[in-house]
Design a protein around this ligand. Structure first.
Ligand SMILES: Cc1cc2nc3c(=O)[nH]c(=O)nc-3n(C[C@H](O)[C@H](O)[C@H](O)COP(=O)(O)OP(=O)(O)OC[C@H]3O[C@@H](n4cnc5c(N)ncnc54)[C@H](O)[C@@H]3O)c2cc1C
Length: 596
């Protein structure tokens, strides 16, 4: 018998269907229009509910979208739970450089002697900040307690999980790199959350600096290259060859059944569209939105499109976030990033077409013979806090960089300028050359910094007056620089160097050295860093949630696309969550009953 619907039911159903089909539910309406206008064709076309496809090109129990650390961990776990796993990856196999691979390879490894309850509290503070005395950003009551519990247990098995994939990793070499970051958080002491580990294979110390990380032999790999190798090359390709990987296959759209459940994925291979059936579930792990222009415009503070730079994979274009929005997923804290300030350049293979700069890891920001000034030529901070690993907030420095000056209605620190002298120029590359965008061949950089000067990325002048004139001629300075301000600030800094005390900002004396030997140089710095963090709302089971915090059936998510670190960031958090949350997502996806 066909049930007849009342007029009210008809009305409410059609409204709900409309919202679902356009991917706009509740608060989503605010984001929807702007986002979709700038998104890909597939998004714009998704006005009608995609039919549940009858013919499929591929089929698996669990389909994973994106093969970084999160996707790899999910694939391994789903496979080990007995599922047939298929991974869809946008990049080509030969140049598969996800953020995971380009990264520093650092992850968290708390002391097992720490108290579990304390660990939960400390983790909860990092994730949501709800339990810190000043209740800073606590707005995730619907998931924060269960997420902290899940993470507090999962994190204790990260080392074992990695070592199981890659027994040649060197636990001795994987030395603890630092203390827990936030002594002001609850239960800091009892949690003993102190260890941060750098991933390395046994012979990492003998790696040849002149060989790119991705070409080094396994035994000499370290950092993100080692982390990636352990999971993808050893854990998946080596130990679990049954896991099928489709490289050069960007996923475009999720296929949703009548009840909102996810049944598969539409992807492309060249010009061909393929349909992939997911009998149990789909895991979205396709990374952040660092290189998605409309998302940056929608989410990031400051002049988001041109005023930021990220130094990871240009293929992190928020595709998974877009796909999730279109099936009704809610978003949370999307504007969050693990960021500070770094150099970025309008140069590259594809990304400059989108008007986006490519960042580079600029650890030189607190080195001797250099200072940082704003667009007016004025120092505004202790430069050392930007990179100092002992300072908890270094990955929140971007909040300082997007400072808005009400009186001049300006973002005076975008760009900022690092001013340095010849001593600094000749001492080492001013950007990191081993990992990140330079190390993986996305940005060229000579060790003497000379090619960047020739390219105009670094301005050079014999005097500070002349340097100020060159800065002024740069359109991004908006003619704000005041020559005398720049000269005075550099002079004052040099005086502080002479007495070893920075009276304005208290910069660590060991990092101070005068800017005095001509020629002088200036390079632009922008808010930015490794990655975005906020994204798809998800619970401790890593089920993607809709705007009412209700799970979207058969859709799971992990990694940067739905980072658990919504409040603050301790270095190593992202790779840790790749394993912890990726494993949870993979296991739960495999645990679903097949729909056919
Ligand atoms: C230079 C650098 C240093 C860092 N250092 C550290 C560190 O030391 N410790 C730490 O914890 N974190 C670090 N991070 C951050 C960390 O690397 C990332 O947050 C983490 O690796 C993200 O993992 P992921 O699996 O979520 O995404 P990724 O590793 O970015 O993988 C996402 C994958 O999805 C693919 N993809 C994208 N769109 C699609 C699509 N439509 N269809 C199919 N596939 C798609 C991408 O090609 C990519 O392979 C660093 C990041 C960078 C860039």
């Amino acid at each position: 018998m066909v049930e007849k619907k009342t007029a009210t039911e008809e009305k409410s159903l059609s409204r709900r269907d409309f919202l679902r089909n356009t991917g706009i539910l509740a608060g989503g309406a605010v984001l929807g229009t702007g986002l979709l206008a700038g998104c890909s064709d597939s998004a714009a076309k998704a006005e009608a509910p995609p039919p549940v496809e009858q013919t499929w090109d591929y089929e698996a129990d669990v389909v994973i979208i994106g093969l970084g650390g999160a996707g790899a961990s999910a694939a391994i776990e789903a496979h080990d739970a007995g599922a047939k796993v298929l991974v869809i990856e946008k990049q080509a196999e030969k140049t598969h450089y996800p953020n995971t691979r380009m990264s520093g390879g650092v992850w968290h490894n708390p002391d097992p002697m720490g108290d579990r309850g304390a660990r939960v509290e400390y983790i909860k503070a990092m994730m949501s900040g709800e339990n810190i005395p000043w209740k800073n950003e606590g707005e995730q009551e619907h998931v924060s307690a269960e997420m902290a519990e899940m993470f507090a247990d999962g994190i204790m098995d990260v080392e074992n999980f990695l070592m199981t994939q890659a027994p040649d990793l060197d636990p001795a070499g994987m030395a603890p790199g630092g203390e827990a970051s936030f002594p002001m958080f609850p239960k800091f002491k009892e949690a003993k959350y102190g260890k941060t580990i750098n991933t390395r294979y046994k012979d990492f110390q003998n790696a040849d600096d002149n060989v790119p990380a991705y070409e080094q032999p396994k035994e000499q790999k370290s950092a993100g290259e080692a982390f990636y190798w352990a999971l993808v090359e050893e854990g998946i390709k080596g130990k679990r060859p049954e896991i099928q990987i489709l490289f050069s296959t960007p996923a475009k759209r999720l296929i949703q059944g009548e009840n909102g459940e996810i049944r598969g994925v539409i992807a492309t291979q060249g010009d061909k569209e393929i349909k992939v059936k997911a009998k149990r579930a789909v895991v979205l792990s396709s990374g952040g939105y660092e290189y998605n222009l409309p998302m940056r415009r929608a989410f990031l503070e400051g002049p988001g499109v041109t005023g930021w730079g990220f130094y990871g994979s240009p293929d992190n274009t928020g595709d998974g976030i877009e796909m999730a929005i279109l099936v009704g997923a809610g978003l949370v804290k999307v504007a969050k990033a693990a960021s500070r300030i770094e150099s970025a350049f309008p140069h590259g293979k594809n990304w400059d077409e989108k008007g986006l700069k490519m960042g580079s890891n600029t650890s030189v920001t607190s080195s001797k013979n250099s200072v940082i000034v704003d667009n007016f030529g004025k120092r505004y901070t202790d430069e050392h806090i930007i990179t100092d690993s002992t300072r908890p907030y270094r990955y929140q420095f971007y909040k300082e960089a997007v400072h808005y000056d009400l009186l001049t209605m300006n973002y005076p620190r975008i760009p900022s300028w690092i001013i340095f002298d010849e001593t600094r120029r000749t001492s080492s590359p001013v950007v990191g050359t081993s990992g990140s965008t330079v190390g993986y061949g996305f940005l060229p950089w000579s060790k003497d910094n000379l090619d960047a000067i020739q390219r105009g990325w670094i301005l050079k002048a014999d005097t500070l007056e002349e340097l100020a004139a060159k800065i002024k001629a740069d359109p991004e300075n908006r003619e704000l620089i005041d020559t005398q301000t720049l000269i005075d600030n550099v002079k004052k800094f040099n005086e502080y160097c002479a007495v070893g005390v920075d009276k304005d900002f208290g910069r660590t004396p060991a990092t101070m050295g005068p800017v005095e030997k001509p020629p002088f140089y200036a390079m632009k710095l922008y808010p930015g860093g490794p990655n975005t963090k906020g994204g798809i709302d998800a619970n401790a089971k890593r089920e993607a949630l809709d705007w009412n915090a209700k799970p979207i059936p058969r859709l799971y998510t992990a990694g940067e696309i739905s980072s658990v670190f919504k409040f603050t960031y301790q270095a190593g958090g992202n790779l840790t969550e790749c394993i912890v949350c990726g494993r949870v997502a993979g296991k739960n996806a495999a645990g679903q009953t097949p729909w056919s």
